[in-house]
Design a protein. Sequence first.
Length: 158
Amino acid sequence: MTTAATDPYLLETSTEVDASPREVWEVVSDLRRMPEWSPQTRKMLIRGPIGVGTRSLNLNKLGWRVWPTTSVVVRYEPQRAIAFKVPINGTVWSYELEDLGDGRTRLAERREAPQGTSAVSRELIKRFLGGDEAFSAQLERDMARTLARIKGVVERSV
């Protein structure tokens, strides 16, 4: 499922995982493992336990382009949802789990920019990442890949 056509600041995709929300949560809530799943995330450095207020320093890469960001966890509901905000561009990334019963979980990844993105972010996307439309399409492809990787890790461990 994608939403960029109706709202350029909201991207969302989901998948069904053959595992309980508890089993999915054990994997998806460990943000230190983000580089295993996300095609763009190379590092996510976190100190201490993960919960609301946890901060991270991140390194992202797309092709030859490399950029650092920071993030802060803004939502942490065990077995339901985790979200982190990237202050420099105003985006919020989240993972939400829905219990489908029979040991299955719907896992959704969402990228929201409730107030749009920052002027700096828009200019960098325009100059270096192909513009909003191309970059959003890339993000949607990468989000689908991220969820597929998480699904694979979880289902192999069940």
